[in-house]
Ligand binder design. Structure first.
Ligand code: OOG
Ligand code: MG
Length: 261
């Protein structure tokens, strides 16, 4: 970590302004080098600014855990971000386009954690043990970068494009069915835009959450009981325009719907 704290704050302020104003900004790496560790430091500063403005951490997310997403974004590594209360949108309702830059929607498997979960040796079965319920979901991502284009450190610093998310009301106990063979069909205005099974997420969505927990452990963090975790999009993301309806249908977890207003 060589980035001075003034530089961390400057970059976090640029990303915060882009998010608040809804105006895209230039990728950080276009004007200077940034490594992954530095990028996570900037991400934490970005989240701190959000908390200082009254927001609250309610969970965490993974990104780029499916081949579909890695190929779409040209970044081949899983990434980790923070979810806050202001990002949550009710299932069946609409999110406002005005406050976003160039949002895209994507289907996600959601874990609601029932017991504090932390440690550098946590496994997929440990995750299932600590999970209260799994749900279908939809994430609305919105890169703060020009043309939705970034490198790995850029997207990490930008809190992994986190913007809005929806958690399906219908939950299920994590061991009621095999998440790796659970099917998902994602529809954009009732046309199928992608299909996948849970195994699209690095072979097993629970292993994705374990990866997140081990990542958090490296900076002495964990997932408190009640945390909401998005395991990563199962298919490529779809740009949202006014009036669009997105429906994610999950075998055994019902439908989740959100529209863009
Ligand atoms: C990065 C965030 C990726 C996912 O589920 O893969 C993500 C992006 O594509 O902007 O949330
Ligand atoms: Mg996502």
């Amino acid at each position: 970590m060589t980035l001075p704290s003034t530089e961390v704050d400057r970059l976090a302020s640029i990303l915060t302004r882009a998010r608040v104003d809804g105006v895209e900004t230039e990728a950080i790496t276009a004007s200077g080098e940034l490594d992954v560790d530095e990028a996570y430091v900037i991400q934490r500063a970005v989240v701190e600014k959000q908390l200082a403005a009254g927001d609250r951490v309610i969970g965490a997310k993974l990104g780029l855990t499916s081949r579909a997403k890695q190929e779409q974004m040209g970044v081949e590594e899983p990434i980790f971000g923070v979810l806050t209360s202001s990002m949550r949108v009710d299932s069946g309702s609409a999110f406002e386009l005005d406050t976003l830059i160039h949002p895209r929607c994507e289907p996600e498997i959601v874990f609601v954690i029932g017991e504090d979960l932390g440690g550098s040796d946590v496994t997929g079965p440990d995750v299932l043990d600590a999970t209260k319920s799994v749900h279908g979901g939809i994430e609305v991502i919105d890169s703060r970068y020009r043309a939705f284009s970034f490198t790995l450190p850029d997207v990490i610093a930008d809190n992994t494009s986190a913007a809005r998310f929806v958690v399906g009301e219908e939950g299920s106990a994590p061991r009621d069915f095999d998440l790796t063979v659970m099917g998902c069909t994602f529809l954009h205005n009732l046309h199928v835009s992608g299909t996948a099974t849970g195994a699209a997420l690095l072979g097993d969505p629970a292993e994705c959450v374990a990866l997140l927990v081990r990542h958090l452990a490296a900076t002495d963090r964990s997932l408190p009981a009640g945390s909401v975790v998005l395991a990563g999009s199962l298919t490529s993301a779809v740009p949202a325009a006014r009036g669009d309806i997105f429906t994610a249908r999950y075998g055994g977890l019902g439908d989740v719907e959100v529209s863009a207003r």
